[in-house]
Design a protein around this ligand. Structure first.
Ligand code: BG6
Length: 514
């Protein structure tokens, strides 16, 4: 491991990560966009950082007409464009020799027979003891076919001591509602043991998201205040500048609630709200996250209007250019009622959080790309510096900046220098970039390594996926029964509809200006 990887100060005090084991990474959909933009660059960065085992190979499987040589070119192009560290010609020859490609259709048994043969050639050549990680970078509709063929071809090893491992990685979306999520989980569960299944939520792999636990439980000053007695409310914002882009086929059937809240944002919420885990062990952490989901107050038809706002972007501006509204985007139905923005007020009904609202907002075509969790502490009593009811003091806010300006800041009241007593809010700031220098590793880098090490801490367990859907499904059902033909609109390049401001506006609360 390189120095920067082994001396990450954020890891001090945490249990040492398990080590990535020699294996072949088989990427179904290896010729697709996820591979080109994320997976192959992630692998390349790990090689550069010396984090991967020496005995390692990649086998891409896809319909595209590629062979080993053209797959290496495909990888090179992706790495040149998307890698965190630029392509180093000195490393390239060593790197590209691990890349292989097998062309085939996912519903054809022959593909899996050839895949098996390829693995039996690659493994001895690279000294790999038969360990295999299958990455399903494929449309959800193909998961069942792929998993069943893998098993039928004898490519799935049962779990056992001293036998090579088989692990499978699946991407979101896991289903589009509770029932379909259960179906996917049943298919996975009847072919793999739960300990072999790694469901990716790439937000959990982000360095700043992992830092939530370090911040909460590595410092003594936060935990005593981390409860309903001292916290007024929490805001979670995940704003994107981009519109739907080329993904209308998927997105128009999903919408912001399914696409962002069901997975990424609920996971952020569980990390903020969970009880202190007693060990850095996968199932301990996951049990504690699960407890939060179990305590979430269901949103019912009676509370939906006061708890959820959805909206769609209309025409507006992006970097000074005119951009079309959602319904004019290519591939979107002209009468689509899919929400591109959603804001929610949710509660975690347990002793720690009783009565504390968590406000969530996420949307496409917002003024900027920013993800942040802001914890608003209660105001000081209305005496001394806070005695003027017309000019109350700004409360303390701890803001965790997930991206792009990674770090955290604490807003505190200070006295303005001078003879008069005037209070002014200032910010204490920590930025990853200026403190640690290097760019943080991409989420996929960390997550791939964890799968190779068999560490499931940052992955979604079956019960997590299903509990999240249960919460979301109540909202979907209320929406379904209201037969909306119209959604509030917000202009592209703005912070969402007025209705969302009303959702938060009580007790002087308002959305943070980002
Ligand atoms: C994906 C969603 O899961 O996350 C996309 O499907 C969204 O719609 C993306 O754009 C955001 O990820 P990130 O890492 O860019 O914040």
């Amino acid at each position: 491991m390189s120095d920067s990887a082994s001396h990450n100060p954020l890891r001090t005090g945490l249990e040492e990560a398990q080590v990535a084991q020699p294996c072949t990474l088989v990427i179904f959909g290896g010729g697709g966009d996820l591979s080109r933009r994320k997976l192959l660059p992630a692998i390349y960065n790990q090689v550069i950082d010396g984090a991967l085992p020496a005995n390692f190979a990649v086998l891409g499987v896809a319909r595209e007409e590629l062979d080993d040589a053209s797959y290496r070119e495909f990888a090179r192009e992706g790495i040149e464009r998307f890698s965190r560290q630029s392509l180093d010609p000195r490393h390239w020859p060593d790197f590209e020799r691990v890349l292989h490609f097998e062309q085939g259709a996912f519903d054809d048994a022959d593909t899996y027979a050839r895949l098996k043969k390829r693995l039996e050639e690659i493994e001895p050549a690279f000294g790999i003891p038969g360990n295999r990680v299958f990455y399903l970078a494929i449309p959800p509709a193909l998961i069942e076919t792929c998993v069943q063929h893998l098993n039928a071809a004898g490519l799935v090893q049962p779990v056992g001591v001293d036998v090579p491992f088989s692990r499978i990685i699946v991407e979101k979306p896991i289903g589009r509602d509770l029932q379909s999520a259960r179906q996917v989980n049943n298919i996975l569960g009847s072919n793999f043991d739960e300990s072999q299944i790694f469901r990716i939520d790439h937000y959990l792999g982000k360095e700043t998201v992992q830092n939530i636990l370090a911040m909460r439980f590595g410092n003594s000053i936060f935990e005593p205040l981390w409860n309903a007695k001292h916290i007024d409310h929490v805001q979670i914002t995940v704003a994107e500048e981009e519109g739907v882009g080329t993904r209308a086929g998927y997105y128009d059937r999903a919408g912001a609630l399914r696409d962002m809240v069901q997975n990424h944002i609920l996971q952020l919420l569980t990390l903020i709200a969970m009880e202190p885990p007693w060990a850095m062990k996968a199932d301990v952490i996951r049990d504690h996250r699960q407890d939060v989901l179990n305590c979430m107050r269901p949103i019912t038809p009676d509370t939906i209007d006061s708890s959820v706002v959805r909206a769609q972007y209309g025409p507006g501006f992006h970097h000074g250019e005119d951009v079309p509204g959602y319904r004019r985007e290519s591939g979107v139905a002209q009468d689509s009622t899919t929400e591109t923005y959603v804001a929610l007020k949710v509660y975690v009904d347990n002793w720690r959080w009783a009565g504390v609202p968590f406000y969530i907002r996420t949307g496409k075509r917002m003024p900027k790309r920013v993800s942040e969790i802001a914890v608003y502490f209660k105001s000081v009593p209305p005496i001394l510096f806070n005695a003027d009811a017309d000019h109350p003091l700004e409360p303390n806010v701890l803001a965790l900046n997930i991206q792009p300006n990674e770090g955290l800041s604490l807003r505190i009241a200070t006295k303005l220098p001078g003879p008069k007593v005037r209070i002014y809010p200032v910010k204490m700031d920590f930025r990853y970039g200026s403190t640690f220098g290097d760019q943080s590793p991409e989420a996929y880098e960390r997550l791939l390594l964890d799968v190779m090490a068999g560490d499931a801490t940052l992955f979604m367990r079956r019960d997590t996926v299903e509990a999240s859907w249960m919460f979301i499904e109540d909202i979907l059902e209320s929406w379904g029964s209201s037969h909306t033909r119209w959604l509030p609109e917000y202009s592209a390049g703005t912070w969402g509809p007025l209705e969302a401001d009303r959702l938060i506006e009580s007790k002087r609360r308002k959305w943070r200006l980002l």
